[in-house]
Design a protein around this ligand. Sequence first.
Ligand code: HEC
Length: 153
Amino acid sequence: MTHLLAGLPDDYLRDMAAYFSEQHVPYPAPVRADVSAATLEAGRTLAKEGDAARGLPACAACHGAALSGMLPAIPGLLGLPRDYIGAQIGGWKNGLRRAAAPDCMADISHKLTPTDIGALAAWLSSQPVVEPYVPDAANSVRLPAECGSQAQR
Ligand code: HEC
């Protein structure tokens, strides 16, 4: 993928992103992660409430109350495979995945322990996608931080 994308101009990449964001293919039924109820509850709590003591905002604060994302640039978190979610957060933690500064997910990933990431990936991937699954309107909540790829547009 790196080789394929390296020479493509940003505007062309944005056009491709816009095209795919307009495709609404049905989501498969969720696969309930084979973890304890306590792990699922830990994931739900972090996703919906965060952990103020550790300076962790709820995922829902940026990704929308229903975790369906927020326009223009915050993706939804449901309907994603457990491994994919874990890999993305791991990618931010070790610098493989980056967004324009301030890179909110990089900051958040550094505050998440491996146990947190496992619980979040398990809970998120176990949730059904309830239709209509559409992102919240742009700026519908005040974000805890101005995230880079938001500010870019
Ligand atoms: C301060 C705002 C903010 C908070 C809080 C936040 N995120 Fe994000 N998240 C973003 C932004 C912005 C992106 C898009 C980054 C990009 O442009 O690549 C993102 C992207 C992601 C992605 C990539 C999705 C994909 O389809 O590749 C995952 C996974 C993710 N966030 C998980 C989480 C989890 C889990 C939490 C809670 C622990 C969380 N986020 C909290 C702003 C936030």
